[in-house]
Write a protein that binds this ligand. Structure first.
Ligand code: ADP
Ligand code: MG
Length: 139
């Protein structure tokens, strides 16, 4: 059965460019409830751990550097079928391939600076949520 939470990050470049509000508006309009939210700046080591799954990829080091380059907004989002519906809302990893109206199509700068992160499965949604949020920070 599909889970009802996903985890998302508004990435540094989008946050810096004043896109937090517009991105949250689309998330809200798509029917997601915010269960937890905070702004923080990841250390290089924290970003390494978060993206550990991509350690062997050629883009890993640049990605870790980018993700620790400025403040991000982390959040847990609630909705039926959250993981799949959120991946649909954000669109393809590569913004040039993202469908019209998706968050990445509207707000991404590049393949790396693609505005938002979204969990890829229920198991990772839980792991990623636990990485950022204590129980008392969730509602
Ligand atoms: P997604 O974020 O859609 O789940 P991945 O998990 O494959 O995509 O990749 C994680 C992040 O790494 C992407 O969101 C993007 O910021 C970056 N990335 C992925 N592929 C590339 C690439 N070929 N070149 C540069 N950055 C990439
Ligand atoms: Mg991914």
């Amino acid at each position: 059965m599909a889970g009802n939470i996903t985890f998302s990050i508004i990435k540094p470049y989008a946050a810096k460019m004043g896109l937090i509000g517009p991105i949250l508006a689309l998330i809200n309009e798509a029917g997601f409830k915010i269960s937890a939210i905070k702004s923080e700046k990841l250390t290089f080591e924290q970003a390494e751990e978060f993206y550990n799954i991509h350690k062997s990829k050629p883009f890993y080091n640049d990605l870790v550097e980018f993700m620790s380059s400025g403040p991000i907004v982390a959040m847990i989002l609630k909705k039926e079928n959250a993981v799949e519906d959120f991946r649909e809302l954000i669109g393809n990893t590569d913004p040039s391939k993202a469908e019209k109206g998706t968050i990445r199509e509207k707000f991404a700068d590049s393949l790396q600076k693609n505005a938002v992160h979204g969990s890829d499965c229920d198991e990772n949604a839980i792991i990623e949520s636990d990485f950022f949020f204590a129980k008392k920070e969730r509602f």
